[in-house]
Design a protein around this ligand. Sequence first.
Ligand SMILES: *[C@@H]1O[C@H](CO)[C@@H](O)[C@H](O)[C@H]1NC(C)=O
Ligand SMILES: *[C@@H]1O[C@H](CO)[C@@H](O)[C@H](O)[C@H]1NC(C)=O
Ligand SMILES: *[C@@H]1O[C@H](CO)[C@@H](O)[C@H](O)[C@H]1NC(C)=O
Ligand SMILES: [Zn+2]
Length: 386
Amino acid sequence: MNKLFIFGAIVVSAFAAPRPGYEHYEAAEKCDPNVCVLPYCRCSSTDIPGDLKPSEIPQIVMLTFDDAVSIGNIGYYRTAFNNRKNPDGCPIQTTYYVSHEYTDCSLVNELKANGHEIALHSITHEPPTTRWQNLSVEEHMLEFADEVTLLNQFARIPRDDMQGIRLPFLQLSGDNSFQMIQNAGLKYDSSWPTSQYLWPYTLNFSSTQDCPIGPCPKSSIPGVWVVPMINWKDNHNVSCSMVDSCVNIPQDKEGLVEFMVRNFKQHYEGNRAPFGFYVHAAWFARNPVYFEAYLEFIDYLQKHQDVYLVGVQRALQWVQNPSKLGELEKSWPKCQEVTGNPCKPFACKLKKGEEERYMTICGTEEDCPEVYPWLTNPLGREKYVF
Ligand SMILES: *[C@@H]1O[C@H](CO)[C@@H](O)[C@H](O)[C@H]1NC(C)=O
Ligand SMILES: *[C@@H]1O[C@H](CO)[C@@H](O)[C@H](O)[C@H]1NC(C)=O
Ligand SMILES: *[C@@H]1O[C@H](CO)[C@@H](O)[C@H](O)[C@H]1NC(C)=O
Ligand SMILES: [Zn+2]
């Protein structure tokens, strides 16, 4: 029903003023880089923001992880990232696309306290992918905007600090998830794979990005940023958006590091579009050599004085306000806040339907939800109204 409305509005908008309430569902116009200018507009393009040369700018690296944050994977994050600094002296930063089920909220709080970025990956993460392909704007609100409420309440993450989403299974739904980002006051999506070396851009105007797993957005959705997932190439040149989905990769540490470095150099020796290392911690559990190679690759990155490991929000700050190496404080005024003081955890014993579930939150027993938080009930109230 929602899809029909959108389709109808696109067709209608070519001939008449859009209907009230659907004014955003206008087919996007071609992007003119003289009109669409930073900091609030950018055309989809491989051009470097600010017309700078590759050698003048930092190579931004975005290390991200998807899915539940739990006692099963926090060890990897602590080992890999604690006590590492960027060339400007700020701690390095990574981004976590957190899904709610099985997440330990006190560990999400710990990541935040160590300066990392918390982003959204839905409350349910429920298969099949076709569910996500067909999800309406309203249903996306329940999965993502309500996840902000949930993580704010139980992980004590300030609402405004959560600005980005990654869709489960990277399954886009045309305009819908992007329209939700705008409606919910969020900022960016990082779910859309590409084989072009695109810099992040906004959806004010139509995108030129290739669309390998559609449907892709077609409407103008002003102010929403796309952080493209630039594909890696495995050792048989097969594209992969998440590194753990690359098939033809070596199984020894040296070979793996070479594979990572080769993909990094596509950016570093090219237009320096932000380089993403997108992976699930579950990959490290598959074979210990993957984690050893990952650590060695981060060591390699950190040997470069022009390589910065930052969260996606901070990457966007640079894109919106590009500056040269040596004057990066013009883009990044100060280090992200690191308190190193996580919250006090409490394990709540709850019901999820007939099942028993523990959920660790920040706080005391009084702060526990009454039932396991879920879709339409992010605060886990026993008797809630729709
Ligand atoms: C999603 O939509 C497609 C086409 O619109 C349809 O074929 C499919 O059955 C739908 N899937 C679900 C899970 O609703
Ligand atoms: C793009 O959208 C943002 C957010 O609505 C707005 O501030 C900016 O003026 C828009 N730019 C153009 C050129 O449409
Ligand atoms: C992959 O592509 C690169 C560059 O296009 C080429 O040099 C290399 O030989 C290719 N490798 C394979 C296995 O096809
Ligand atoms: Zn996931």
